[in-house]
Write a protein that binds this ligand. Sequence first.
Ligand code: CDV
Length: 315
Amino acid sequence: MSTNRKIGIAVAQMGAVHLRDDRAAVVARLVEMLRDAASRGAKLVVFPELALTTFFPRYWMTEEEAVERFFERSMPNRHVQPLFDIAKEKGVGFYLGYAELTPEGDRFNTSILVDESGRIVSKYRKIHLPGHSDHKVDAPFQHLEKKFFQVGDSGYPVAEAFGTRVGMCLCNDRRWPETWRMMSLQSAEVGVLGYNTPSVNIHWNEPVHLRMSTHLVSLQASAYQNAMWIGAAAKCGSEDGHHMIGGSVIVAPTGEIAARTVTEEDEVIHVCADLSLVEGFREHVFNFAKHRRPEHYRLIVERVGAGEPLPLENI
Ligand code: CDV
């Protein structure tokens, strides 16, 4: 690959989507941001996880009710078609998260990558599903991703698009180093992420400032350790009284934040991302072929939970 390659990356953060907001109103907001990003020279625009609806896993309901109200049966469909039309007209691609119902009746927390010609070039189904499947009657809200979604079956696909390689993930995935390493081992130079991160955690008591710092530290460390650009888009603000953190960012392979939102509303940030930074790190400190020692990493794929120390050898 040649040096001096650059790509215009934008992150389109979304403010709250309320229960009363229909798809047409939401898509109109996305269209406006897609146009804005294209006018600034972006080629790839990152939208949030479950971008078309409120973050519905916070509400207890049956699977059938959830499907009826919040899932997409096909993609594109008539509601989101304007996004695909603008993509083609303006030559700007996008990454979009939504709830997917398959023809077989399976349900996934899904995202798609659409190129500058308006074609879906890749699809990801969320692997690290947080939360629970039971009704937490005493909790102020639920986190029912384990009830409404199956664990994704896509692996971590890396798409050849936008003159580079793009890896995809969603929300909780960002906290797991395996996510980003799966992408960088496939030579992804850009990673895209959409998220909905509630400010209050019902599972343990985590101060709000730590919600933001664990989000940022995950992205900055992952960008550096995998020599990638990362574009991360929040859905944030207060959805019907349920607050979610903002802090959408574009992170450079140096681990530095190159752009960051300043509101908890719809907001576009963009960067002209220099891909030679990726090449530099991958030729030197993170030259995987030269320095990785997978024969010493077996536990990573053999064990799920933490266990006993390995027996000492060669002492
Ligand atoms: N949508 C998410 O995956 N949210 C999780 C919360 C529940 C911790 C996150 O990692 O932000």
